[in-house]
Design a protein around this ligand. Structure first.
Ligand code: ARG
Length: 588
């Protein structure tokens, strides 16, 4: 199904041609003066140069040839040569009915679905989540859902950090505390038994302790580094402990991600890429891409056109140890082998952007990946507290996500204290609204920007907030419930009639932007565009709702058309928030 902009463009193209001008000038955009018109075309200004005519003359000729068209309520040429358009109510209503019948409400399903891997989440086992992990999960999930909605084959991978110093630190600390554990036996050969020697709560205490201690004690730090190297070299007892750490942490992470309504197709870990490293390193050497520099194996990635310095990509340290980027490169090898994606999207803190630039260049230069595969870095900004510094919890500690979710839910419950609802309904609603407050507060900002986490504002039921969006959806739901109670029946495919007043037109105009919104959000990995759409639509709908008595309208044809439009608004909003990873309660 064609979107409004292309329908208008077609019409204008024909008019340009009919008047003797090339149709490439018939480009239609949303009006930047919504007070004057809805759409505009500035092509006459560009065409003027080619045809040596005054722009206004061209604009007038085009407009004249469209004066009979049913599409427009008004189409006028404006000095110096703009073409301003307002579509007719009949055209808009017809478009609404087409949207209503379309599976994707007018979005184009991908004709050639792409295979896309999205690397997001990125939590580290045994380490507490930080706010960056929250952002990655929330933004990545929306990018994944949007691509999938358009028909692409998307694989979301949490890509857990499980292979770094954090494991060595925990092993070292355990060794100090419980040297009698069988895993520390150098001759330990066994597999790991089912019972882990620690709980998640233990790990949450052990890791920060060991990490802090290592910063002040050089010998302890070296011990941890050695333990990490021994683990990576395959020491059995350490591998068993590492496996325990993964099992305990992953169970905990699954709970957290489920609560966030974030769900991964793959629970891969950095360690899963390790088997690909030896061959990859060999190929880099054989291909002449890598060379030794002060004992380390590196690949130069600086290019002549660079205006800033891009340091070489280190593949192996002088002691033979692998690095974060060795793992990322090997993961690309693995992903190509397993999924052959045409796109890999990384949703990671923007402070890692130089790092990913190095990795991407290295991957291309060493032919790990061909030019036909897009590597896309979606770097996000920091979630700050009101003090402008990276967000901390009330006790000043790092983010305990469950704590945060709990606090926000409680705020929402306080606001809903006067509601007459059974406890379980209230609980469900508060959980959904609290989550929406957090996620929408994040997603409504352009990902690359820092933003301030403001619980007061995010949980408000008014303004551009998650709760306000959900409230509007609930409004459409309760309208539908009232139909039943009033014995009003309006068929699923009841027609939406041309609007009779501006509030209705505005709802339709807002709805008509759905397909353009989704395709822009997909192409630019920009969930905030969906938020913008949602907010505009909610605003238009609420205005309409307040200014018109829907059920009491005595003009039954109009009443039913308004109901059909409300139903469409509800459906599109629910779809939109699903792309954001949110759910609406039935009541609130
Ligand atoms: N675990 C990393 C961190 O906490 C994020 C991983 C991002 N993804 C990647 N492929 N490097 O910073």
């Amino acid at each position: 199904m064609k979107n409004i902009m292309s329908l208008l463009q077609e019409e204008l193209s024909a008019a340009f041609e009919k008047a003797g001008y090339e149709k490439k000038y018939a480009k239609v955009t949303l009006s930047n003066r919504p007070d004057l018109c809805q759409y505009q075309c500035n092509g006459a200004l560009a065409a003027a140069k080619q045809y040596h005519k005054a722009p206004i003359q061209i604009a007038n000729e085009v407009v004249d040839s469209l004066s009979q068209s049913d599409t427009f309520q008004e189409i006028v040429a404006q000095m110096p040569g703009f073409i301003n358009m307002t579509v007719s109510d009949a055209f808009l209503a017809d478009f609404m009915n087409k949207m209503n019948e379309d599976e994707l409400f007018g979005c184009d399903k991908a004709e050639q679905p792409e295979t896309i891997v999205i690397d997001y989440g990125g939590a580290n086992v045994a380490k507490p989540l930080h706010v960056g992990h929250l952002r990655s999960a929330v933004i990545g999930e929306s990018i994944k859902r949007t691509a999938r909605y358009l028909g692409h084959k998307v694989i979301g991978d949490v890509h857990l950090g499980d292979w770094g110093l954090q494991i060595g630190l925990i092993i070292t600390e355990l060794k100090h505390r419980q040297p009698e554990l069988v895993y520390f036996d150098e001759s330990y050969e066994g597999e790991y038994p089912a019972e882990p020697p620690f709980t998640m709560a233990d790990l949450e205490e052990i890791y920060p302790y060991a990490s802090g201690y290592s910063k002040e004690h050089e010998d302890y730090k070296e011990e941890a580094q050695t333990a990490t190297a021994e683990l990576q070299a395959g020491r059995k007892g350490y591998l068993a402990l590492w496996q325990h750490i993964i099992n305990v942490s992953v169970a905990d992470l699954r709970k957290i991600y489920t609560r966030l309504n974030v769900d991964f197709d793959l629970w891969k870990k950095e360690s899963d890429a390790q088997p690909y490293i030896p061959q990859m390193v060999q190929d880099m050497k054989d291909g002449g891409y890598a060379h030794i520099d002060q004992g380390a194996l590196v690949v130069d990635v600086q290019e002549e056109t660079d205006t800033k310095e891009i340091p070489p990509c280190m593949i192996l340290k002088s002691n033979g140890a692998t690095l974060y980027n060795t793992t990322d490169l090997a993961t690309i090898v693995e992903r190509r082998k397993l999924f052959d994606p045409s796109r890999i999207i990384y949703v990671v803190d923007k402070r890692q952007s130089l790092y990913f630039e190095q990795v991407f260049r290295c991957a291309r230069k060493t032919k790990i990946i061909g030019e036909d595969v897009d590597l896309i870095f979606v770097g996000f900004g920091t979630m700050n507290g009101k003090d402008g510094k990276p967000f901390k919890t009330r006790d000043g500690g790092v983010l305990r996500l469950e704590q945060l979710l709990g606090d926000v839910e409680e705020q929402v419950r306080n606001k809903m204290a006067d509601r007459d609802m059974p406890e379980d309904v209230l609980k469900d609603a508060a959980a959904k609204i609290g989550l929406a407050a957090i996620k929408y507060g994040d997603l409504s900002n352009q990902a690359s920007k820092d933003y301030v986490f403001d619980v007061e504002r995010f949980t408000s039921f008014e303004g551009n907030t998650g709760p306000y969006i959900l409230y509007t959806i609930v409004r459409t739901k309760s309208l539908m419930a009232k139909l039943q109670a009033n014995d009003i029946r309006v068929a699923e495919d009841a027609k939406i009639l041309p609007a009779q007043n501006k509030t209705v037109t505005d709802v339709m105009l807002a709805l008509s932007k759905w397909s353009d919104t989704v395709s822009a959000a997909y192409q630019e990995q920009a969930p905030h565009k969906i938020c913008q759409f949602v907010y505009e639509l909610c605003d238009a709908y609420n205005k309409f709702y307040h200014e018109n008595k829907i059920l009491a309208n005595e003009n039954v044809a109009e009443r039913d058309s308004w109901i059909a439009l409300s139903r469409l608004v509800g459906k599109v909003l629910e779809q939109a928030i699903d792309l954001l990873g949110l759910e609406a309660p039935d009541r609130m």
